[in-house]
Design a protein around this ligand. Structure first.
Ligand SMILES: Cc1cc2nc3c(=O)[nH]c(=O)nc-3n(C[C@H](O)[C@H](O)[C@H](O)COP(=O)(O)O)c2cc1C
Length: 423
């Protein structure tokens, strides 16, 4: 990457496949433009059934290439060659199963695939399809073949699918795709989310994230649907602001954010004992983990078999990790998360008092568009000092940065309050 290329806008050719997630390509165009990219769009044969080309044409201010590219334009231009020479990055989002197959085979049966063959630079694909389709050996073979050739995959993610089911196959959030493009095209303007603040330098931040699993026997467990994304976004935000971050994570499939010290655990009791190791050192404790309230009283040594009658489960309560922190980390700013499905405000207020916490971040996990497994969230922060703060729906990364602003402000206030008002 030369100095000159860092100075000019990065050019992204966005190839849109024919899937439901094509409607998100309009937002992706906007988000790429926000970062200073020059974007042009091309649609696969079926994509125009899912997104009107006019929408992308107006957003990009350029014609959208479709199949008619094979008809004479009068310019004598070989559009797939000039487009391949124009672009710095080629990004397919959404990439359907069919589009992946065509790319894997090296077919050149439309503008997108022909351009891909003529393009020498980085190719990114963001697949989107039903979980069953994504799991098929045929699709996975194509994915492996493309990955072997250096194609970069973004997602798919776990989340609500177009069918209404929850599974792997959802296209990654446009912001995640923008970050992946940015990693291949240095010189993009900084993300509006990127923090240049160093207000947490010298602080230790302890965060719990993800679900816990409480074993019933060697193969079964009681668990929940927490993805861990909110906790990981918070860990990333705190590390960017200079904190030493210790992240205690239940079983999740997420990458450790840069600069974060991660400890993986499975059960609530393991989470409690690992958290206890750092609680005394922490200035800020944020408990986002969805810790099981109960665990089976007995864990069967062997797999529980059918034919021995229906087993009756006896449960015992797990320790309340947030309440426990009031004793193990009395000087820390303690923040809990409340994942509620009803009476969100009432339950969050009650939790604030009952658990001796300074703040409770409440979200409504009964909604499928935010909360568990989603890339977005909408929260209200209830505080022992000051009015509640509502953060309207936005990406979990943006929510994390706003929350860190609130936590940082409170830490600053605690540093400067008279000693006799400490709690
Ligand atoms: C309503 C509807 C939704 C679809 N959604 C998807 C999808 O999300 N992912 C996918 O791989 N195919 C999906 N398909 C099938 C594709 O449209 C079809 O395989 C098409 O040939 C895609 O090829 P292309 O992306 O190369 O144009 C859908 C089809 C219909 C009718």
């Amino acid at each position: 990457m030369s100095f000159e290329s860092l100075m000019r806008p990065q050019k992204v050719l966005l190839g849109v496949g024919g899937g439901i997630a094509a409607y998100k390509s309009a937002e992706l165009v906007r988000r790429l433009q926000d970062r200073g990219c020059s974007v042009r769009c091309a649609l696969s044969r079926s994509a125009s059934a899912f997104i009107p080309p006019l929408t992308l044409e107006v957003l990009t201010g350029k014609p959208v290439v479709q199949q008619e590219y094979l008809t004479a334009t009068g310019s004598g231009e070989e559009l797939h060659i000039t487009a391949a020479q124009w672009a710095d990055v080629l990004c397919f989002a959404p990439a359907t199963a069919h589009l992946l197959a065509r790319l894997a085979l090296g077919l050149a049966d439309d503008f997108l695939t022909t351009t891909a063959l003529a393009f020498p630079g980085p190719v990114l694909v963001a697949p989107a399809m039903h979980e069953e389709m994504w799991a098929k050996e045929a699709v996975q073979n194509n994915v492996a073949r493309l990955a072997d050739r250096g194609v970069i995959f973004i997602g798919p993610e776990v989340g609500p699918l177009a069918s209404g089911e929850i599974g792997v196959g959802r296209m990654s959030h446009p912001l995640t795709i923008v970050e992946a493009v940015a990693s291949q095209a240095p010189g993009l303007s900084p993300s509006p989310e990127a923090s240049t603040k160093t207000d947490l330098a010298g602080r230790t931040v302890l965060i719990s994230a993800g679900p816990t699993r409480e074993p019933l026997d060697p193969v079964r467990y009681l668990g929940n649907r927490s993805s861990g994304k909110m906790g990981f976004s918070l860990a990333a935000a705190a590390a960017r602001r200079g904190a030493r971050v210790v992240l205690v994570a239940g079983p999740v499939a997420l990458e450790t954010p840069p600069g974060v010290e991660r400890h993986d655990v499975t059960t609530a009791l393991e989470m409690e004992s690992v958290l206890a190791r750092w609680a005394g050192e922490a200035d800020l404790i944020v408990m986002t983990a969805a810790v099981a309230d109960f665990r089976p009283k007995r864990v069967a040594a062997q797999k529980i078999k059918k034919g021995q009658g229906v087993p009756v489960l006896e449960l015992v309560p797990n320790p309340d990790l947030l309440s426990g922190m009031a004793t193990t980390a009395p000087r820390a700013l303690r923040v809990g998360f409340a994942a509620e499905t009803e009476n969100v405000e009432e339950n969050a207020q009650a939790k604030l008092e009952r658990k001796g916490a300074h703040m409770i971040v409440a979200n409504d996990v009964g909604r499928s568009d935010i909360g568990f497994r989603s890339d977005e969230n909408e929260v209200t922060v209830y505080r022992s000092r000051g009015p509640s703060v509502f953060l309207a729906r936005r990406s979990k990364n943006e929510i994390a940065d706003h929350l860190m602003d609130l936590f940082s402000e409170e830490l600053h206030h605690r540093d400067h309050r008279p000693a006799d008002t400490a709690d």
